[in-house]
Design a protein around this ligand. Structure first.
Ligand code: URA
Length: 242
C-alpha cells in the first residue's frame, strides 16, 4: 500500500493531509525519512510519524444525529462541546466526515477511514448530501432555479444542486437542497445570496443514509452492508476494507 494511503487508512489524517505530512519529512519507514507519498509500505514495515509508531487500526464508522450546539471538530481550543463528546471515548481516532455548522443539526458520519472520508467529501465522487432548510420568505420558482443552477460565491460558482420547495407558510419556506459539494456554510451562503437567509438547517441525508431510528444526539455503528455500499458508491475496492 502507498505510504499516503497507509497513513490515511491508519486514521492519521485525510489522504491529502497525509501527503503534506510526508512531504514535510515527518514520516519514517524502518528508520529512514521518506518524503515520497507513493513509497510502498510492505507488511512488517515500521512506520512512524514524528517518531510515533502508526499501525493500521480496526476501522470504525459511526452515524450521528448531531444536535445544535456542538462543533463538528475533533477538539476546540475554547473548550466548546464537540461531536466527539457525544460519541464518547473510542480506542481509535475518529473524525467527522465533512462539517456541519454549530447550529446545524442532522447526519454526520465519524470514522477513522481516511480514504473513504476523502472520497465521500470530494465533489469528484458526487456523493449527495441532502438538507432541509427553513428560509425567510417564499422563493419564487426563478429563484429556486437560480439556486439549482449554481450561485456565485466569493470563491466561485457552486456546482449544480437539486432544490425543491417542500412547504411554505407565514412568510417562511422549507426547502430541500441536495449538494455534492461541502463548501463552508454552503447552504446558508447560497440561500442568503438569493435573498432568503436560512433560519434553521438540518442534514437529512448523506449518500443513502438517513436519520431513521436515530434520536437527536444519538449515534449508531454502520452495518457491514452499509460500509460496503459506501465503498462501492465511491469506487473503492472492498479489498481496502481491513
Ligand atoms: N451548509 C451550511 O450552510 N451549513 C452546514 O452546516 C452545512 C451545509
Amino acid at each position: 500500500m502507498r505510504l499516503a494511503k497507509y497513513l490515511a487508512a491508519a486514521g492519521v489524517a485525510s489522504r491529502r493531509k497525509s501527503e503534506q505530512i510526508i512531504a514535510m519529512g515527518r514520516v519514517e519507514v524502518n528508520g529512514a525519512v521518506i518524503t515520497v507519498p507513493q513509497h510502498r509500505v510492505e507488511t512488517g514495515d515500521l512506520v512512524t510519524v514524528d517518531g510515533r509508531e502508526v499501525r493500521l487500526e480496526q476501522k470504525c464508522y459511526l452515524l450521528l444525529d448531531k444536535p445544535a450546539g456542538f462543533l463538528s471538530t475533533v477538539s476546540d481550543p475554547h473548550g466548546r462541546p464537540t461531536v466527539l463528546d457525544l460519541v464518547g471515548r473510542s480506542p481509535t481516532r475518529l473524525y467527522p466526515v465533512g462539517r456541519l455548522d454549530q447550529d446545524t443539526t442532522g447526519l454526520l458520519l465519524l470514522t477513522n477511514d481516511g480514504e473513504l472520508a476523502y472520497r465521500l467529501t470530494h465533489p469528484r465522487f458526487g456523493v449527495k448530501k441532502r438538507y432541509q432548510a427553513w428560509v425567510k420568505g417564499i422563493p419564487a420558482p426563478a429563484v429556486l432555479h437560480r439556486m439549482a443552477r449554481g450561485v456565485l460565491l466569493e470563491e466561485g460558482m457552486t456546482a449544480p444542486a437539486k432544490v425543491r420547495l417542500l412547504r411554505q407558510g407565514r412568510g417562511r419556506a422549507l426547502l430541500e437542497i441536495v449538494l455534492i459539494e461541502g463548501r463552508k456554510r454552503q447552504v446558508k451562503r447560497i440561500c442568503a445570496a438569493c435573498g432568503h437567509p436560512v433560519e434553521r438547517l438540518r442534514r437529512t441525508g448523506f449518500a443513502f443514509l438517513t436519520a431513521e431510528g436515530l434520536e437527536s444526539g444519538a449515534f449508531r455503528p454502520l452495518s457491514g452492508a452499509e460500509v460496503r455500499r459506501l465503498y462501492r458508491l465511491v469506487g473503492l475496492p472492498l479489498a481496502c476494507l481491513s
